[in-house]
Design a protein around this ligand. Structure first.
Ligand SMILES: [Zn+2]
Ligand SMILES: [Zn+2]
Length: 389
């Protein structure tokens, strides 16, 4: 494949100075920058071609070889012809970081294009996650619900659109790291050479610094604010469950990714129900007469009042099961049950007439629990015999 002459590519004469070459390259880089030519695939080819030409001509040795032997001169004598075909734009910027610095180009030469190119890696610093607690009643948990929350958090600054800069051209390449965003420290020890790579302390890994900070956010790219967030809560959640809303946390610094919003779920105590997994319990107190004679009573359920039959002779503590009246499990379509725990109210305040009635009941052998006790006793005695006999 025949290659174009490098001087021709940059549009400079054979005796052009390094400054001329830089200037010519800068012009072409701006013209063919892919961010500026999103619909023109040949632009990226031209952009890479210019980068390659610049790579050779800016270097005294390479240029001399190229002048004498042409393209083939770069294949031998310890030289490699630069190959930018498989190199990302990001790498081109990194390699030529020094010439994109503010000293030569006076800031961000691509007017924001740099920022977009960087976004493939990461721009700014990510925002923190936020935690928020919400309290749910058992009724809400039973069928799922949607909550609207007002969340106080950092939001993107609208004046600078999150960049933190006064205007698009207000950046300069960080001098500490030459735009790389990281600094390398080489240390020699008796075990060999170690390279320690750390985020640049000057630009916090962003590779660039702002010259004039946005007046509204003082360069952070975010401000304090409030946002309304809707959370869908599925049925069957439990105390301590949480829902992560991606990107709904604090906005990042200078266009960095937003953190997450973590919604912690708490279960509020219910006046009528206690919960055990997907089952719920309701305490029902009935009169002595109802316990003896049986009755129909109304009890609260998660879907309103419902009738339940109390059989005659119901003992205190008995659990009455209402099938499917509990909570629909998380990731399930089947509901748990409701249990009604029967308590019997023993009156403490009797009229003389009541007292007479109860006294006559006391005489009835049907009211004497001894018969049950003797039955139970004989049962335990039998067990004792098994163990000791
Ligand atoms: Zn701002
Ligand atoms: Zn830096």
């Amino acid at each position: 494949m025949s290659k174009r002459d490098y001087y021709e590519v940059l549009g400079v004469s054979k005796d052009a100075s390094v400054e001329d070459i830089k200037r010519a390259y800068r012009k072409l880089a701006m013209k063919y920058h892919p961010d500026r030519n999103p619909d023109d695939p040949s632009a990226s080819e031209n952009f890479k071609e210019a980068a390659e030409a610049f790579d050779v001509l800016k270097d005294e040795n390479k240029r001399a070889r190229y002048d004498r032997f042409g393209h083939s001169g770069l294949h031998s004598g310890g030289f490699n012809e630069p190959d930018f075909q498989n190199v990302s734009f990001e790498d081109i910027f990194s390699r030529f970081g020094d010439i994109f610095g503010g000293d030569i180009f006076g800031g961000d030469m691509f007017g924001g294009g740099r920022g977009r190119a960087r976004s493939q890696r990461s721009v700014g610093r990510p925002g923190n996650d936020l935690k928020i607690n919400i309290t749910l009643t058992i009724d809400e948990i039973a069928f799922g619900t949607e909550k609207t929350l007002k969340v106080k958090k950092s939001i993107k600054c609208t004046q600078c659109n999150g960049s933190g800069a006064q205007s698009d051209a207000d950046y300069m390449t960080c001098n500490t790291c030459s735009g790389m965003g990281e600094v390398r420290q080489v240390s020699r020890t008796m075990f060999g050479q170690f390279v320690n790579v750390q985020p640049c302390p000057t630009c916090y890994g962003e590779g660039r610094i702002i010259k004039n900070k946005c007046s509204k956010c003082a360069g952070e790219g975010r401000v304090k604010g409030e946002e309304t967030v809707k959370v869908k809560i599925p049925s069957g959640v439990s105390n301590g469950n949480y829902i992560t809303l991606r990107g709904q946390g604090n906005a990042g610094i200078r266009g960095g990714e937003s953190g997450n919003l973590i919604v912690l779920l708490e279960e509020k105590e219910h006046p009528d129900f206690a919960r055990d997994g997907n089952d719920i319990y309701h305490d029902l107190t009935i009169s002595v007469a109802d316990a003896i004679l049986g009755t129909d009573v109304e009890v609260p359920t998660l879907k309103g009042k419902a009738k339940i039959k109390v059989e005659s002779g119901t003992q205190p503590g008995k659990l009455l099961r209402m099938k499917g009246k509990g909570i629909i499990g998380l990731n399930s379509t089947v509901a748990g049950d409701q249990y009604v725990r029967v308590n019997v109210y023993i009156p403490t305040d009797l009229s003389s007439d009541d007292r007479k009635k109860v006294e006559s009941l006391r005489l009835s052998k049907h009211f004497d629990p001894k018969s049950i006790e003797t039955k139970e006793k004989s049962f335990f005695d039998k067990i004792k015999d098994v163990f000791h006999g």
